[in-house]
Design a protein around this ligand. Sequence first.
Ligand code: GLU
Ligand code: MG
Length: 467
Amino acid sequence: MASSRGRSKSGGGGEAAETARRLAASGVEAVALAIVINSGVTLVKTIPLRRFEEAARFGIGLSPVFTVFQVDDQITSSPHIGGPAGDTRLMPDPAQTIGLAASPGWALAPVDQLDQEGDPYPGCPRTFARTMLERLAGHGLELRGGFEIEFFLGHRATPGPDEADPTPAHTGPAYGAIALADVEPFATALIGAFEAQGTGVMQFHPEYSTGQLELSVPHGVGIAAADTHLVVRHTIRAVARTHDYTASFAPVVFAGRVGNGNHLHLSLWDRKGKNLFQGGRGPEGMTRDAEAFTAGVLEALPALTAITAPSVPSYERLQPHRWSGPWACWGRENREAALRFVTGMVGSRPEAANLEVKSMDPAANPYLALGAIVAAGIDGLDRELSLPQPVADDPASIPARTRRSLGVSRLPDSLSAAIRELEKSSMLREAMGDVLFDSFLATRRAERDVFEDQDPEDVVRVHRWRY
Ligand code: GLU
Ligand code: MG
């Protein structure tokens, strides 16, 4: 991977000391160093705050074998990774470490992985995302983005081999005031926690599916978009726990029902601070750069699907007529298109115009997804790609022949099919580097082999509480 240097060789001590002081002043006693591995599962190692500065210099150990862990905690191997030997260092990012209002005494630190020589570990998803964002900065562009997270809230049955389905916290109506009333104390605490810890809330509402809720937070600049996502999930889990609920971020919580999306909204900003998704001469008011970036993402969508919908049950969700974006096309405010172009209301467009990548669920590693989408966008910029005509209708309602002539097709409809598309992508292999690309693929193949032929009900159950 054409990677950026890690921070360890310079130490980064001053910033870590200042962060430790700030956290101590707000009552933090322990820090969870959080990493999302290739399986989409978030892991933590925790330290007392007293050790934060030392951890920022020398890291906390984690075996490289976690790079090839599967969602079910089985371990596979890849050409570069496997076996018990070796160590990587989890390096907390002081600037992105925040005290968690819903977890009194705790802070959460996103991490980069380094090797023991202080060089970037080539299997690190966050380093990959940062490297792609640096490449984008080389084009004079800054990304602002945020994940819009849907989740299930309910009462979990006693865990065990015959665990029953959870009881939902609400049973609708979809988007309904009754559903809100059912979860109001939870919602008050949730919004309060986000506002108190500085994450903020843009919107919260009951969603379509039973027990489903949605929360969106203000955008972050660059890597903060993905870092904030970790904080968002942890905060939702913590508030759920204090209200005797459990939250599920599985792509699908009940087989056959509408699933949880994890759409990424992104915009590109130039050095003058202008949002390039508006005020241009391109389609729907995009600038040329925004168009080329979007066209790069559009072209790569089939290969990106293994990263944005990475689990076997992801394909229970990625179906037509669920607003999950299963069609490889773009359109203004088209909720069936994988790329929904959001212009915002007249007057708000300089701030609000953005691209929404809908073909993503919460099994996706936010760092891999962000990095891969940016890599695809940069490919579009480098090749000066143009967009085809936007699609205004539901692609399912367009006659198949017309749809083909418009170049609109379904995204992969299984993990197997998505893996085949990713395998073909030399663009993503180059961007991710062999170690990350091969280890990610190894974990996808392993999960496909375990789960793809199983009964969907069983698959959904096994994945329900893993993300
Ligand atoms: N639940 C839908 C999904 O799986 C998204 C609904 C919406 O557009 O908010 O992506
Ligand atoms: Mg939604």
